[in-house]
Design a protein around this ligand. Structure first.
Ligand SMILES: [Zn+2]
Length: 57
C-alpha cells in the first residue's frame, strides 16, 4: 500500500453517473454510498437512474 491521504481516500473508489429520466439532470455520486438506493432528483419529482459506474482508482 502506498501512502494515502485522507483527501485521496474520500475521493477515490468507484463512482456512479446518475441521470434523471424526467428532466435530464445528472449527478456523479460515490457508488458505494448509493448502491441499492433510489436517488430522488433535486430538480423534479422524478428519480435518478444509475447510467454507469467506473472505478476511479
Ligand atoms: Zn429530474
Amino acid at each position: 500500500m502506498v501512502g494515502t491521504s485522507v483527501a485521496e481516500a474520500t475521493s477515490a473508489g468507484p463512482a456512479a453517473w446518475w441521470s434523471c429520466e424526467g428532466c435530464g439532470s445528472y449527478a456523479e455520486l460515490p457508488a458505494e454510498e448509493t448502491a441499492g438506493f433510489t436517488i430522488e432528483c433535486p430538480d423534479c419529482p422524478g428519480v435518478m437512474i444509475a447510467q454507469w459506474e467506473w472505478d476511479a482508482a
